[in-house]
Write a protein that binds this ligand. Structure first.
Ligand SMILES: CC(C)=CCC/C(C)=C/CC/C(C)=C/COP(=O)(O)OP(=O)(O)O
Length: 366
């Protein structure tokens, strides 16, 4: 707040975000709910940076389902958690009770996806991400399946048609790859043992060991590799746009569109940005992220908004391409394809996100 007073123009959007969070949280206030549901929502708010808000704005039937789905998958992903993650594991019986209250169709989807994701994650405990195929396979298990399950839950709710599997999986792959790009430093510095999700097939073109990107002397190579990783993630964008185009329910649309647009914005920031390897995250950046994200939450309601945002982000990314970058041609080609899809939609308006705020900054997660 002290920071905000130095920037009074930011006061209004910040207040708006706080009010939105309050309004959404009211629907899941612990005072209104039975203890197991109160636990689920209180824990969701503590363990999820990205999804708590969008899950809570879903219509009540889907809100409960997706909240339980999130917590079950989050628990699966938590091996030795601390703080709220430890509480989630220690008191998982609350999530089980909530799970057993869901309709059978939802139960079956959550069970099936959890089993398949667990098997996939187990496979990668003893296997490194060597090739690009391995990378896609790993992302499929940890996020593609999550997208597949979400589409099945939307279908079971009667609010959406069943989306083609490959499109649902693309949504997960795109979001996951952006996380993997962002988390380079966190993963490489993980104790007791580093985690490596960048595929050797890509990074070995630039250095002998993935950790070498941490060192200043390798920053040119590091950024070139980063740009190849970003270009690889861009492969999924066209499929994500088709997925979004097919959605009908406004609340489900917003649930999917907000993380998608915010992540594409983040990818634009990460592109050609050496800060990914330095991990400088400071308070001002947190506020800037919040403000840009507030704007996105406010402005992302229709497919025209999504095309507009993606078009703007493509323009910014294009302006950041260094012609000497080894992947410049393929990056520009992918950006042009995405821009064309957005233009061909015929919906582009003269709207522009306040993206300058995001440029050249690496921000904390959404
Ligand atoms: C159809 C559709 C919408 C598909 C999307 C599927 C989906 C939600 C995939 C998960 C992506 C992802 C990187 C989650 C974890 O982020 P995080 O660990 O940063 O999340 P957190 O904020 O909850 O910690």
């Amino acid at each position: 707040m002290g920071e905000t007073i130095k920037h009074p123009d930011e006061f209004y959007p910040l207040m708006k975000l706080m009010l939105l969070a309050k309004r959404v949280e009211k629907k899941t206030s612990v005072w209104l709910l039975q203890p197991h549901w109160a636990f689920c929502y209180a824990t969701l708010r503590k363990v999820s940076r990205s999804f708590a808000l969008v899950i809570q704005q879903l219509p009540s039937d889907l809100r409960d389902v997706v909240c339980v789905y999130y917590l079950v998958l989050r628990a699966l992903d938590t091996v030795g958690g601390t703080m709220a993650f430890k509480v989630l594991m220690d008191q998982f019986h609350h999530v089980s009770t909530a799970f057993l209250e869901l309709d059978t169709d939802y139960l079956e989807v959550i069970k099936d996806i959890t089993k398949r994701m667990g098997e996939g994650m187990a496979k990668f405990l003893s296997k490194e991400v060597e090739t690009i195929d391995d990378y896609n396979e790993y992302c499929h298990y940890v996020a593609g399946l999550c997208g597949l399950g979400l589409s099945k839950l939307f279908y079971a709710s009667g609010r959406e048609d069943l989306a083609p599997e490959s499109l649902s999986i693309s949504m997960g792959l795109f979001l996951q790859k952006i996380s993997i790009v962002r988390d380079y430093l966190e993963d490489i510095n993980e104790l007791p043992k580093c985690r490596m999700f960048w595929p050797r097939q890509i990074w070995s073109k630039y250095v002998n060991k993935l950790k070498d990107f941490k060192y200043e002397d390798n920053s040119v190579k590091a950024v070139q590799c980063l740009n190849e990783m970003v270009t690889n993630a861009l492969l999924h964008v066209e499929y994500c746009l088709v997925y979004m185009y097919n959605l009908r329910d406004p609340a489900i649309f917003q649930f999917c569109a907000i993380p998608l647009v915010i992540n594409m914005g983040n990818l634009t920031v990460y592109y050609n940005n050496v800060v990914i390897f330095k991990g400088v995250v400071e308070m001002r950046r947190g506020i800037d992220t919040l403000l840009v994200n507030m704007h996105i939450i406010d402005q992302t309601r229709t497919m025209a908004d999504v095309y507009g945002a993606f078009f703007d982000f493509c323009c910014i990314m294009e302006s950041k391409v260094d012609r000497d970058d080894p992947n410049a041609t393929s990056t520009l080609k992918r950006l042009e394809e995405i821009s064309k899809t957005c233009r061909d939609s015929g919906t582009l308006l003269n709207q522009r996100f306040d993206v300058e705020k995001k440029e050249a900054k690496v921000t904390p997660k959404f």
